[in-house]
Design a protein around this ligand. Structure first.
Ligand SMILES: *Cc1c(COP(=O)(O)O)cnc(C)c1O
Length: 353
């Protein structure tokens, strides 16, 4: 029987999935998925060790109150303004489902986090991609058109470019009839948070993650801020799918992570310092890039070289990210590792050029 005879295929939701960066086994220098090169806070370890295993017998708190409250307190918000999820990918996908239910296309840049078009497709949300300018900055005016919602990563991925608060405000203010999501996965490394705009605009949602700046990609904790009405809608959608997404260890360790601000600042500052040093190295080696405010650098060195360099580095067990797509295919996205890892990376990179 050929595929054409399988009538049931008409009833199946078929999508082209998001392709995550490789997670190679064994000892490699891993600069391909923007993880933190440092371990999580020692308080996270202590929290896990102090966890009463007997409690795993019960379902976790569906509101993940301990975690939600700790996050709300840290950012000076009300508990009712915070939503938590299984990484910000989960938070964002629930936001797409909850806030982008209209008929008009949602808008996001043509070069951005490559999960946005995948969620739009899986949820049957019409979308329109707004071209970035040549320097990878946002064309704010182009977002002032009819739409069913907007999502913008700031700083953007994979470019690392951060937009000013004025630019974001122009878009949020000009679209009061739709929800504007600002994905701040990388905001801890630089750029201006849209948090101050929360009091002014009821259509704003901000998403964050513990995966990058808090060294907890494996734990899967993300969160969103918004006004109480939007957060309530988001919770209603989440509770209509799975009430118990936040498992007990994630609640306990996530809380410990948010409470250890001293450690957070220390590792964040180290990553930022290494990023600035790495920019100089890359420039000396003939790479060009827009100024990155994230924990990675999106760099180019002439046309048609990137894929070859990517492969040569991989042969040396050094993983960076390469996107085989128009415009992006001349670039390498290099996550910031420890100083030692970056020294090895630059030494080996020199040999690949
Ligand atoms: C990494 C990333 C996320 C998702 O991170 P989680 O690990 O799911 O929290 C979301 N948005 C952008 C732009 C990212 O780069």
């Amino acid at each position: 029987m050929g595929l054409a005879d399988m009538g049931f295929l008409d009833n199946i939701r078929r999508v082209t999935p998001y392709v995550p960066g490789e997670q190679p086994k064994g000892k490699v220098i891993k600069l391909n998925t923007n993880e933190c090169p440092y371990p999580p806070s020692p308080k996270v370890r202590a929290a896990l060790q102090g966890m009463d295993i007997d409690l795993l017998r019960k379902y976790p708190d569906p509101d993940a109150f301990e975690l939600t409250h700790a996050i709300a307190e840290y950012y000076g918000l009300k508990d009712s303004q915070v939503f938590v999820g299984v990484g910000s990918d989960d938070v964002l996908s629930q936001c797409f489902l909850a806030f982008f239910a209209g008929k008009r296309p949602i808008l996001f840049p043509d070069i951005t986090y490559s999960f946005y078009d995948v969620w739009a497709q899986v949820y049957d949300i019409p979308y329109f991609q707004i071209p970035l300018k040549d320097d990878f900055s946002l064309n704010a005016e182009a977002f002032l058109r009819e739409n069913g919602g907007i999502v913008i990563a700031n700083p953007n991925a994979p470019t690392g470019v951060a937009e000013s608060l004025e630019t974001l405000e122009e878009i949020i203010k000009g679209n009061t009839d739709s929800v504007v999501i600002v994905d701040e996965a990388y905001i801890d490394f630089g750029g201006e948070t849209a948090l101050p705009l929360l009091q002014k605009y009821e259509n704003l949602i901000i998403t964050r993650t513990m995966s990058k700046s808090r060294a907890l990609a494996g734990l899967r904790v993300g969160y969103a801020f918004g006004n109480e009405t939007l957060i309530k809608c988001l919770k209603d959608v989440k509770f209509s799918i799975n009430s118990y997404t936040m498992n007990l260890p994630a609640i306990i360790m996530g809380k410990a992570a948010i409470e250890d601000d001293v450690y957070f600042r220390e590792i964040r500052d180290r990553v930022v310092a290494t990023r600035e040093r790495s920019k100089e190295h890359l420039r000396d080696m003939g790479f060009s890039f827009q100024d990155s405010k994230a924990n990675f650098i999106f760099a180019k060195r002439g046309a048609g070289q990137a894929e070859e360099v990517f492969r040569a580095l991989r042969d040396k067990d050094i993983y960076v990210r390469y996107f085989n797509k128009p415009v992006l295919r001349d670039y390498l996205r290099i996550s910031i590792g420890t100083d030692e890892e970056m020294d090895i990376f630059f030494r080996e990179l020199k040999e690949c050029l």
